[in-house]
Every structure is written in C-alpha cells, then in structure tokens.
Write a protein that binds this ligand. Structure first.
Ligand code: NAD
Ligand code: IPM
Ligand code: MN
Length: 367
C-alpha cells in the first residue's frame, strides 16, 4: 500500500519526536511491504517565523491532499516567547485550531492505558495502579469555548474579557454517536462528563446524549460532573471505559489521564472527521523546557502513528506491531527521563529520544 502522509514537525520537541515516529513508520513499511511518501509543512511558531502567520492556506491544502497528517507539537513558552506578543489570531495555537476546524476534525480520541510495565511510573496508590486501567477519552474538538465569540474591551474604566461556550445539538449528537459506536467495540460503557449543575450548554449536552443513548440499548450511560470526574480519575480510574466530553473539559481531563499512565509523554491522539482522513498527534505540547536536549519521550507520537495506521489505513497488524514494540521496550527496562521512577536508575536503563526511537525500530516485526 502507498501511504501519503503530511507531517507537521512544529516547534520545541516536535521535530525530535516526529523524526522518531517516522523512523518507526519506515521500519513498519519495510517489514510489511508498504511505501510511504512524506511531505513536511510548517505550522505554529516556525510558520510565523517564515510566513508571518501560524498556518498558510497552502499548508492547509497540503494537509487536505494527504491520506493522513502526523504532527509533533506547536507553540513556545507562553510567558517568554515573542510569538505570544502577537495578536491572538497570529499565535502558534491559532494555526492548530484553524487546521482542526478547516478539516472538520470534530472527534478527538485520546486513549489512556496504563501499560503493566509502567505501574512503577504511575503516581497513584499502589493498590489502584495494580488494577490497571484502559479508557478512551472522546473529546469534542471543533466547538465550545475554543471557537465561540471572544472579546476584550474597556468598560467603566477597567478591562472586561469574554469567551463564549456554544454548542449546537448537531455538534453534540455527532460526537455522542462516535462515543457510543466506539463503546460498542470496547466494554460498552459511556460516562458523559459535563457541568450540567451550572451550564446551559451542559444541560443541552446531557439531553442530546440521552437521546443518542436510546439507539444503543447494549451500552450503559452515566453522567458525571467534571469536577467529580477529575477526582474519580485519580481515585478509581478502572471505572472509565469511554469518557465523552466537550472540548475544554476533554483538554484538561486528558492531561490528567496522561499522567496516571506514567507520563504525558505516553498519551497519543487521533483527530477524526467523517472520512478516513485524520490528524494524529501526541496530547502533550512542544515542551520548550526540554527542547533540543534529546530527552523527550517519543512514545506518544509513535503511538499516534499506530493510531494513524489503524484508523486512516485499516492496517491493524501494522498498528499492533508498533504497540507491541512499545510494550517490549518497556518490558526490557528502557525509560526516558519522564518515565524513570525516583531512584529507579538501578532497575531501569535511561535512554534519550533518539535511542528510544532506535530501540522501538529494533522491536518492530511482522510476526
Ligand atoms: P507541554 O505539554 O508542552 O509540557 C508540560 C510538561 O510536560 C513540561 O515539563 C514538559 O517538559 C513535559 N513534557 C511534555 N511532553 C513531553 C515528552 N514527550 N517527554 C517528556 N516530557 C514531556 O505543556 P506546556 O508547557 O503547558 O505548553 C508548552 C507549549 O506547547 C505551549 O505553547 C502550548 O500552547 C503548546 N501545546 C501544544 C500542543 C499541541 O501542539 N497539540 C498541546 C499542548 C500544548
Ligand atoms: C491539545 C492542546 C491544544 C488544545 C492547544 C495547543 C490549542 O492543548 O491539543 O491538547 O487546547 O486543544
Ligand atoms: Mn492540551
């Protein structure tokens, strides 16, 4: 099979982790008899530096022309980088939001799975970590606070700022359908997370999710308030199978969920529309504090590439080969710094980003 992949290395650790994911994909291609054509495009701060905008129309066209997009991460230090002196629509993140919207990538799948080999890196109580967990956060990605009207103005001698949280029934329905469909292939449970005790948008969310549920008698539905969910995630993560939630809640809860898998460097994601096209990226950011040091964990990006093979190309065996390589490399005791337990240097082997990529490549096999 010929795979046309557009890559967005981006900023900070982005280029380092995308390089490792490409190495792994190339090994998969040679083991399984596929060919991959890559085209790199600029997005984020690197695009601002070259073109003055975080995403050009040409780059959007290049993304659309591909079968799938593999991304690293974009952005800089939001306190110190000159990119954050620009008006908000010209900052790095505006490029990512524009891309998500232009490609209608409304369904963001973020699987949080605790590899048994990483129990020692999980910050939860031993008894909780011992049980393990495997959840999928289904985050709505093209609505809510991120895309509502916003303004800042002077009123009665002081500045006032507003961000608007808007959801249409149709937007809630399509993401809820995705959540119930995927739950059917998993443990048949959806927990929908909202703030229906306060927000109108959440009350609409709950009503529409209840309507969708009627078509899925085999799947259970529970509603949970977002503050409680944040607490339950660290108390008893085994209770979650599919977590369905709106854009901002999903952003925050997925960072929390990533940490209980051992590190934010472990959480991949797929952003999908109604076709086989998808954008695949780790859930973490550009980590400016560790950029260029060859210490970033590339696993979330490598696992995002596995999601790409599964969702955009239907290449399940190839995706399995990547996930098995991750399992083996952890089993063999290799750890990037973020996964190294305190005082664990005697039991584990500390490796950098490039080395982790090489070790994964060695473990990819077609059998
Ligand atoms: P971040 O996720 O970049 O970093 C948070 C912490 O996690 C840092 O200490 C970092 O070193 C660590 N970390 C992140 N990824 C890691 C990895 N693969 N291996 C080891 N450690 C890792 O979040 P932040 O610092 O709040 O944001 C930095 C920039 O990234 C901001 O500009 C933000 O807007 C952007 N961002 C981009 C994306 C994206 O491109 N999808 C996602 C989140 C944040
Ligand atoms: C993510 C990021 C983005 C988001 C930012 C960079 C706009 O945090 O992908 O989780 O908030 O969606
Ligand atoms: Mn985020």
């Amino acid at each position: 099979m010929k795979l046309n992949i557009t890559c967005i290395p981006g900023d900070g650790i982005g280029p380092e982790i995308v390089t490792e994911a490409k190495k792994v994909l190339d090994k998969v291609a040679s083991e399984f008899g596929h060919s991959i054509e890559y085209k790199d495009i600029l997005m984020g701060g690197c695009s601002i530096d070259v073109h003055g905008v975080p995403l050009t129309d040409e780059a959007i066209e290049d993304a659309k022309a591909a079968d799938a997009v593999l991304m690293g991460s974009i952005g800089g230090n939001t306190s110190t980088s000159p990119w954050y002196k620009l008006e908000p629509s010209l900052r790095p993140e505006a490029g990512l939001l524009k891309l998500r919207k232009s490609l209608n990538l409304f369904a963001n799948l973020r699987p949080a799975y605790l590899y048994p080999q990483l129990k020692d890196a999980c910050p939860l109580k031993e008894a909780v970590a011992d049980k393990g967990f495997d959840m999928l956060i289904m985050r709505e990605l093209t609505g809510g606070l991120y895309f509502g009207e916003r303004w800042t103005k002077e009123e009665n001698g002081e500045q006032v700022a507003t961000d608007t949280l808007v959801y249409k029934e149709s937007e809630i329905r399509r993401i809820a359908i995705r959540a119930f469909d995927v739950a059917r292939k998993r443990r048949k449970s959806v927990i929908s997370v909202d703030k229906a005790n306060v927000l109108d948008s959440s009350r609409l969310w709950r009503k529409v999710v209840e309507e969708v549920k009627k078509d899925y008698p085999d799947v259970t539905l529970e509603h949970m308030l977002v503050d409680n969910c944040a607490m339950q995630l660290v108390k008893e993560p085994t209770q979650f199978d599919v977590v369905l939630t709106e854009n901002m809640f999903g952003d925050i809860l997925s960072d929390e969920a990533s940490m209980i898998t051992g590190s934010i460097g472990m959480l991949p994601s797929a952003s999908l529309n109604d076709t086989s096209f998808g954008l695949y990226e780790p859930s973490h950011g550009s980590a400016p504090d560790i950029a260029g040091k060859d210490i970033a964990n590339p696993i979330a990006t490598v696992l995002s590439a596995a999601m790409m093979l599964r969702y955009s190309f239907n290449l399940d065996k190839e995706a399995d080969a990547i996930e098995n390589a991750v399992r083996k490399v952890l089993e063999d005791g290799y750890r990037t710094t973020d996964l190294m337990p305190k005082g664990g240097e005697d039991n584990f082997k500390l490796v950098g980003c490039r080395m982790m990529g090489d070790l994964l490549v060695e473990r990819i096999s077609n059998c």
